[in-house]
Design a protein around this ligand. Sequence first.
Ligand SMILES: Nc1nc2c([nH]c(=O)n2[C@H]2C[C@H](O)[C@@H](COP(=O)(O)OP(=O)(O)OP(=O)(O)O)O2)c(=O)[nH]1
Ligand SMILES: [Mg+2]
Length: 314
Amino acid sequence: MVKRRVHVAAAAIIREDGHVLLARRPSIVDQGGLWEFPGGKLAPYETGYEALRRELREELGIEILRAQPLIRVHHEYADKRILLDVWQVHDFEGEPFGREGQAVRWVPQAELNNYPFPEANHPILRAVCLPHEYLISDEEADDTVFLDKLERALRDDNIRLVQLRAKTLDDSAYLKRAEQALALCRRYEARLILNGDPALLDSIDADGIHLPSRVLMALKHRPLADDKWLGASTHDPQQLEQAAAIGCDFVTFSPVRVTPSHPGAAPVGWHDFQQLVETAGMPVYALGGVTRDDIDQARAVGAQGIATIRDLWK
Ligand SMILES: Nc1nc2c([nH]c(=O)n2[C@H]2C[C@H](O)[C@@H](COP(=O)(O)OP(=O)(O)OP(=O)(O)O)O2)c(=O)[nH]1
Ligand SMILES: [Mg+2]
């Protein structure tokens, strides 16, 4: 049987207080009774954005004023192949309500896990909960200098996702720094991801682990519980596939551009990056020679956003 292909535009409407708008699919339709991001199938000749605007008029009675791509998810159901083309809606007119009688609810991000979603939605939930900038900390000999720089990024640049990368520290110095960094991140409600062995989380209750690509490629299973974040560094299609196979929640992909830190590495460029992100099946941060000024460009080609050391670690 040749499976039907379905292209669906859906909306992640995230309020300023972080609540996300969900709707419940009527019990009689496909995936009935499950919660979803409002939206629906593209009509012939419609673009994703046009379909999004029409569906939200029809389903919620709102008029979208501004939206940006969030993530594209390809998923195979038993009866069809689906592309979920998900947009983050930044601005709309009207008060959303269930125009087709469906339940509609603003849900705090922390409670999203309590709602049953269709299988394809897993990466969307990751994308909704992750910020668009990922700060990777630089090598820093002194703890006090390190903490000052970290606090500056949290306070002045509003960073909410931090990777503690410190290859030059030994284990005990790393743990000591991680504890201090975690306390600081907690104060700013930022997440701290440790770069290293998953067993680090037994000693310190950080928010997750970031795997170097070499470690990623050696794993057979996801090495973390589901309530922690698992990230990984990737540089080619095989590593992206492996990240999906072991259930990573997000990845960085590098180098996208020429970067002084890795002068020998061939940059992939935005065009090829877009092809890689399209089938990644999880949020991807562009890394390598990119700055905050590149966030819109990165998102336009499907990325979650950018990851950087240089631009945010000052
Ligand atoms: N809108 C939406 N659809 C989703 C999500 N997750 C997911 O697997 N789907 C699937 C379920 C359906 O097979 C398909 C969306 O179709 P739909 O029934 O909403 O399409 P539509 O609004 O155009 O409705 P219809 O006129 O075809 O009945 O995508 C999601 O988060 N939002
Ligand atoms: Mg619909």
